[in-house]
Design a protein around this ligand. Structure first.
Ligand code: NDP
Ligand code: MG
Length: 383
């Protein structure tokens, strides 16, 4: 029997690369049937996906776009179009699936993840904001329901792969970071950065939100929190190492100082495919690694003073409770404002710091507390 896959955020960078992996795995023992997918409003893409994969459900969060897609589909197409955020929830509660890939961007991915874990379904998770904001709660849910969260973020997939021998005697995790497009710059240089500059990433082609996060290094800050939650190590045992070539995706140092690293070309289809075939492996659509052609790999320490998002993320996870939720929500709002040219590049981290300083933190929050905290930060327009 072929396994069923549910793909959330199908039209994004992670989503479209997952579709490429699905095509690549077709006719192999790891093939999946696409039982359902979601987009926000990319209905041209949705239409193509429906005609190629004939899924049972297609959820379109924007109701106008959902109506338009419904009108476009020929009458003989059996796919049910679900509309709005309710439609997305219906999809998560009802689509037949053995695995869900969650490639939604932002906190919008949290409730869908929780719905699927509640059904005992494994989630291959790219949506890091879920783990940052509600990591303890979703990890607990996965334990209770005996299902897995398989990390798709390249660094966390790397750590997950390095830990296959078990996580005993781990001394520290070394998260590698490309350093983003502004590596080596100081505040003076960063003051005049424009959106167009921040949207150019040196090694990865990704959606706009994570590309800006990579430029501020908030992405690495979020990934520190993600690693704390996924692998249960304290923040002070997670180091960041700038590695411009993005070949080593992360490393584990053991008590005896033996270090295990995972290497590969920077291509998200590798961690995505590993999530789909886990615990097995098969040839991927990416290129093999040619180290002789590369000849050298370089490493530097990050600059947590200029790129203070790193420091803020460490503080938030040390504080715990809803502090990472506040950090994440404030950052999402700030990045949206930056992308609308309403604030400057340095104001992203400044405003996150300001909101963190002004918000009361709830310790041991429930999932409802987290959703409420997130909403309050957005509604208060504290930035
Ligand atoms: P994109 O912006 O490229 O794609 C986002 C997807 O989510 C699209 O399908 C979009 O639909 C949908 N979407 C947007 N807003 C909402 C919403 N409010 N509710 C439901 N769906 C929504 O993002 P990426 O693929 O780059 O990133 C996705 C997640 O994966 C992020 O959390 C990111 O941090 C993480 N990640 C991404 C990596 C990458 O290489 N891209 C690497 C590691 C992690 P539509 O097209 O209709 O707007
Ligand atoms: Mg990453």
């Amino acid at each position: 029997m072929m396994k069923n896959l549910l793909l959330l955020g199908a039209s994004g960078s992670i989503g479209t690369q997952t579709v490429e992996v699905l095509r690549h795995l077709k006719d192999t023992e790891y093939a999946y049937t696409l039982s359902g997918f979601s987009v926000y409003r990319s209905i041209d893409f949705a239409e193509r996906l429906i005609s190629e994969f004939l899924p049972e459900f297609a959820a379109v969060v924007d109701p106008e776009a959902a109506k338009e897609l419904e009108n476009r589909l020929p009458p003989d197409v059996k796919t049910k179009v679900l509309s709005g955020r309710e439609g997305l929830f219906y999809l998560c509660r009802n689509a037949e699936c053995d695995l869900c890939v969650n490639g939604i961007v932002g906190i919008a991915g949290l409730e869908p993840t929780a719905e699927l874990l509640s059904r005992g379904i494994d989630v291959a998770l790219a949506n890091k904001e879920t783990i940052v904001s509600a990591g303890e709660q979703v990890m607990r849910l996965a334990r209770e329901k005996h299902c897995r969260i398989l990390p798709l973020d390249s660094e966390h997939s790397a750590i997950f792969q390095c830990l296959q021998g078990g996580n005993k005697a781990v001394r520290r995790i070394i998260l590698t970071a490309s350093g983003g497009p502004f590596f080596g710059m100081n505040w003076e240089n960063l003051r005049t950065i424009k959106k167009e500059d921040a949207l150019k990433h040196p090694s990865w082609k990704m959606g706009p939100k994570i590309t800006v996060d990579s430029a501020t290094l908030m992405n690495k800050g979020l990934e520190i929190i993600e690693a704390v939650r996924l692998f249960g190590l304290s923040e002070d045992r997670i180091d960041v190492l700038v590695h411009r070539e993005s070949i080593i995706h992360s490393m584990i140092e053991y008590e005896d100082f033996s270090t295990i690293a995972q290497l590969g070309v920077p291509d998200m289809r590798v961690p995505i495919q590993y999530g789909l075939t886990y615990p097995n492996r098969t040839e991927s659509p990416a290129k093999p690694l040619d180290l002789a052609a590369l000849s050298r790999l370089s490493f530097y320490s990050p600059d947590p003073v200029t790129f203070k998002a790193l420091t803020l993320a460490r503080q938030a996870v040390r504080t715990g409770g809803t502090a990472p939720t506040v950090l994440n929500a404030a950052n999402e709002v700030a990045v949206e404002k930056f992308l609308r040219d309403e604030i400057g590049f340095l104001e992203i981290a400044d405003s996150v710091e300001d909101v963190l300083n002004r918000t009361e933190i709830i310790s041991q929050p429930s999932l409802e507390d987290i959703l409420l905290t997130d909403r309050k930060i957005r509604e208060k327009k504290m930035l």
